[in-house]
Ligand binder design. Sequence first.
Ligand code: GLY
Length: 343
Amino acid sequence: MNARWSISGAASARELGLAHRGACAIASGNGLEVVRLAFARLSAGEHPLDACVAGVTLLEDDPDDVSVGYGGLPNARGEVELDAAVMDGPTHRAGGVAGLREVRHAASLARDVLRHTDHALLVGEGALAFALDRGYRRESLLSPTARTAYETWRRERDALGREPTGLLSDEDRWMLPDTHGAGPPIPHTHGTVHCGALALDERQAACTTTSGLSWKMPGRVGDSPIVGAGLYVEQGIGSAGGTGRGEAALQSGAAHQVVRLMAHGLPPTDACVALLTHVIDQTRDPRLLDARGLPAFNLTMYALRADGAFGSAAIYEGYFFAIGAESGPCLLPSVGILPRPGA
Ligand code: GLY
């Protein structure tokens, strides 16, 4: 482990997660209602993949969640582009869509890729054509709130003129540094929802869906639709998923690593911490480091082991995850590896 920092916080959540056994749904901190619904569906005997998708669809329909589905923040041209994937433990099959426009239910469409094609990922126009073939509704995904935020971001970006700071070059505005905590007036967001589910009969599945990085370069795809990065499931071992800076998850094979670490015996929280420790240590680009030399972004990982033990960790303190289980849905603190700047 890197000597620059030490692990803190969430001791009770870690113990709670380690002690838990049996059916369970886990989700990112925006997923309290997601796990409530997913666990109810699991309890009714539904397939865990359908339970996950039903849960995250709540957020894809929610205009107040600006990170997912309808109401998600758009790319630099004001177009909402969605990424999503699902993975089924028993069949070890996955389905995903990336750069999907004008169809809000990206998670359901990813499940359709899994169930109705021989492929694992459809992108852009092809994903949209598949959606329309399957009868999905075509609509604008830009909510009034997201449009206002976009217009504000455009005004502020344009006000930077030709003297932006922190860019790769004067011409290259795609390299704006990521922010954690204090940053530009309208910070970029990597908001996303991940949901993993363990059924009563021990089948496992997972789903991750997002509008991705706000104000992103058109065509930019994050970790969410990529199997092994934004989600991964291995029946009999466990599931994992992540939210936060997708590039960091992609470059570390994040979800796959967490599941493999569990396969080698690490408890869920420790597997998340180990992966994130690796991410911190591998973050060397000065553009991605803050004044302390620490990552200027966050990544949060969620893990659900085959026996029902669960855990979550984040690069920074202050993040939460949702659990749906017998005792009812609750939010728990993710183990934070680094203190927040200024804390
Ligand atoms: N983790 C979501 C994204 O970076 O697109």
